[in-house]
Design a protein around this ligand. Sequence first.
Ligand code: ADP
Ligand code: ASP
Ligand code: MG
Length: 261
Amino acid sequence: MTEITDFNEEKTLGLYIQKYGGTSVGTLDRIKSVAAHIAATYRQGHRLVVVVSAMGEQTDELLAMALKLSPNPPQREVDMLMSVGERVSMSLLSIALNDLSIPTVSFTGSQSGILTDNTFGNARINRILGDRIRRALEGNQLVIVAGFQGMSEQEKEITTLGRGGSDLTAIALTHALKADRCQIYKDVDGVYSADPRLVANARLLPAMSWDTLSFLTWYGSGVVHNRGVHLAKKFKIPLEIRSSFNLETSGTLIGSVKPVE
Ligand code: ADP
Ligand code: ASP
Ligand code: MG
């Protein structure tokens, strides 16, 4: 059995970062359902920053459009194009939450002050300013941030962080904003011993260390973005990987492992 020591204290009024992946916000009905869950968390008194991925396969669809026009599209334009998917989902989620009377504002990566290098398609985060996010939180607003994107610090171009990069956005924001929790909502119940879509008897693992998760993602498990796991491990950021479809399950906790017999 594995016991994680970073989650003992149940903070009543914490700053939570929640991230919802593409399938979790894949349709308008899914956005409504996610909005209801977020609204309930906000009403409990937590401050919340929600990171979203593009709806469903939208990033692939945008990329396919570019490739129909040119076999070799300019990387700068591809990054601008791919950043659009998360802008659609962030504003739709914000509209849904406003309709539930939750004061909400959404920001793109550049509005959030996520400053990167200029490596289009796989940009590295240099630093996160986050002042607009902090100001909105101080004004009791719920903040939604478009995942997977930033702005290059020198050139002021829109950049993307590599496929699946919204996990990295959420984990980096947890560190930058000194948040209490990073909850990553997926279309699976948590981290399994193997991909549950491929291996029928894969087991849900309730807890693991950063090293174990990093081992899994290094060997090709796509469940959490590789560089996000690396960052979590480096800064000892506890993570919760859980399901947006099955909200009662607690999923997988990732943090410092207490050796138990
Ligand atoms: P999202 O885009 O919602 O963040 P991803 O599609 O990037 O989620 O990652 C979740 C997917 O990762 C699951 O649907 C599952 O098929 C796959 N996966 C691969 N390995 C694992 C694993 N060990 N445990 C759980 N899911 C895994
Ligand atoms: N939408 C982006 C992708 O499909 C980023 C993400 O989903 O995290 O890669
Ligand atoms: Mg993903």
